[in-house]
Design a protein around this ligand. Structure first.
Ligand SMILES: C/C(=C\C[C@@]12O[C@]1(C)C(=O)c1ccccc1C2=O)CCC[C@H](C)CCC[C@H](C)CCCC(C)C
Length: 157
């Protein structure tokens, strides 16, 4: 099988996309927090009624994927902003990606598959329920897709 790197090497690409994922998630968390404090705040990714990241980020789906609240309640610790889960996920990927323990590639690939399933669910909510074009959200779907491709390559190295 031919292994092709996306930009530089597999490992560097992996670290770069993890870093980008953290940046996007931190920005999204900032927008979410700021919008909750001031409803008149307009984020850089707010372009209109149906192209508004802050509308998505303050929706009921922005914490615990909108399902933790229903299953475990509003006060449950897992009912945290999706953005924080994203930051934890990318940081975990970044740190584990720099180690070389046996089993790490499997963990990276497996959690990456889970993140893509999560992304598919969020994309469905975004496009068909909220009917919005949230650019920071779409950016995370791309990052998760790329990370899964890179983790696949690392796993089947
Ligand atoms: C900013 C971000 C996602 C964007 C967004 O979630 C946001 C913010 C949101 O409010 C929203 C509302 C309505 C529709 C869509 C959306 C989203 O699009 C980061 C998640 C990335 C990814 C989906 C995390 C997946 C984490 C895995 C579930 C963890 C698996 C591994 C663990 C065992 C550690």
């Amino acid at each position: 099988m031919i292994h092709k790197a996306l930009l530089f090497s597999n490992d560097l690409d992996h670290a770069l996309f993890c870093g980008f994922g953290i940046l996007v998630s931190v920005y999204a968390l900032y927008v979410e927090t700021r919008k909750h404090k001031d409803s008149r705040y307009r984020a850089a990714c707010d372009f209109g009624e149906n192209m508004s990241c802050s509308r998505v980020l303050t929706s009921s789906y922005s914490k615990g994927f909108g399902v933790v609240e229903i299953l475990l309640g509003k006060e449950h610790f897992l009912n945290m902003p999706n953005c924080i889960l994203g930051i934890i996920f990318y940081a975990m990927q970044l740190i584990l990606g720099m180690t070389s323990f046996a089993g790490v590639p499997a963990v990276l690939f497996l959690t990456s598959i889970i993140s893509c399933i999560g992304s598919a669910y969020l994309a469905f909510i975004l496009f068909f329920v909220l009917k919005d074009l949230c650019l920071v959200c779409i950016a995370t779907y791309v990052v998760n897709g790329v990370l899964m491709y890179l983790n696949y390559q690392i796993f089947f190295h």
